[in-house]
Design a protein around this ligand. Structure first.
Ligand SMILES: NC(=O)c1ccc[n+]([C@@H]2O[C@H](COP(=O)([O-])OP(=O)(O)OC[C@H]3O[C@@H](n4cnc5c(N)ncnc54)[C@H](OP(=O)(O)O)[C@@H]3O)[C@@H](O)[C@H]2O)c1
Length: 262
């Protein structure tokens, strides 16, 4: 136990160095993807971020304000959007060292009220888009690269009103586990980060202030997570410090279990 605690302490003080590594982040204009892009740039990486919106990417780029950041408008829910990203990466002539498949959306409603459009939008973005981005960028991954997929604690919970969203994240976990097996021969590690309730623009868009208070109170630490706390975990999983971790789901949830959105 003592050795284990020392190990955790050591991790706290490890400086993540990604100097000149090439990082691709889907959904990097706001929230967790944005915080992760910022952290990778600070750690010395060249970072590509995507989103559906040129305006949102311009704002993100202005906030990070670094020549190491590049943006691509790419709607991950459409194969044509993924092709734009694949072309940009191919034309750069660089291999990708870290792929963070993070773009995602959520709609919280009871099953009785969920529409076909709600279902398709969430599956097309969170599952189909993630799957085909992985497939299309696989030839561009460096041997020994790291892939991190954003899942969610709801993938393994039965949270009220999250039927379709939870199902998409359950699918993400299974894709990640199979990818970890398939890519192991190229020494590529594939892991999942599963945030609990985290303060982001995306969360603000789908839950009320009252629901956020409820979510915060449902964590052992009695607060929402911060996007930079998820980013730190992504950098750890992508780094050599996690060199024997693959196919793993790391929960970053403040000890949250069994919360329900009202
Ligand atoms: N916040 C939480 O509590 C929480 C908890 C667990 C898991 N997650 C997961 O964390 C990830 C990030 O969520 P967040 O909370 O940071 O939300 P966010 O602030 O809304 O960020 C989502 C990002 O994905 C992009 N995006 C959405 N649809 C896209 C599409 N079709 N193509 C390309 N980009 C797209 C958005 O960009 P544009 O809108 O500019 O296109 C934005 O950059 C998601 O996978 C989410 O499911 C979040």
């Amino acid at each position: 136990m003592l050795i284990y605690l020392c190990h955790i302490q050591t991790i706290n003080f490890i400086k993540m160095d990604f100097t000149d590594k090439n990082v691709v982040i889907t959904g990097g204009s706001t929230g967790i993807g944005f915080a992760t892009a910022k952290a990778f740039v600070r750690a010395g990486a060249n970072v590509w971020i995507t989103s559906r919106s040129a305006g949102n990417l311009e704002k993100a780029s202005a906030r990070i304000d670094s020549p190491k950041l590049k943006t691509v408008v790419s709607d991950t829910s459409a194969l044509s959007g993924i092709a734009v990203l694949e072309k940009a990466v191919a034309e750069s002539g660089n291999k990708v060292d870290v792929l963070f498949l993070n773009a995602g959306i959520a709609t919280f409603k009871p099953i009785a009220q969920m529409t076909e459009a709600d279902f398709d939008a969430q599956f097309n973005t969170n599952v189909k888009g993630l799957f085909f981005t992985l497939q299309q960028l696989m030839p561009h991954l460096a041997d020994g690269a790291s892939v991190v997929l954003t899942s969610s604690t709801v993938a393994t919970a039965a949270t009220l009103n999250s039927s379709v969203y939870s199902a998409t994240k359950g699918a993400v976990n299974k894709i990640a586990q199979v990818a970890a097996n398939e890519l192991a021969e190229r020494k590529i590690r594939v892991n999942m980060v599963s945030p609990g309730p985290t303060q982001t623009e995306g969360l603000d868009g789908v839950v009320s202030a009252e629901a956020k208070d409820y979510l915060a109170a449902s964590t052992a630490l009695q607060r929402l997570g911060r996007a930079d706390e998820i980013a730190n975990t992504v950098l750890f999983l992508a780094s050599d410090h996690a060199s024997f971790i693959t196919g793993a789901e790391l929960l970053v949830d403040g000890g949250a279990i069994n919360y329900m959105l009202k």
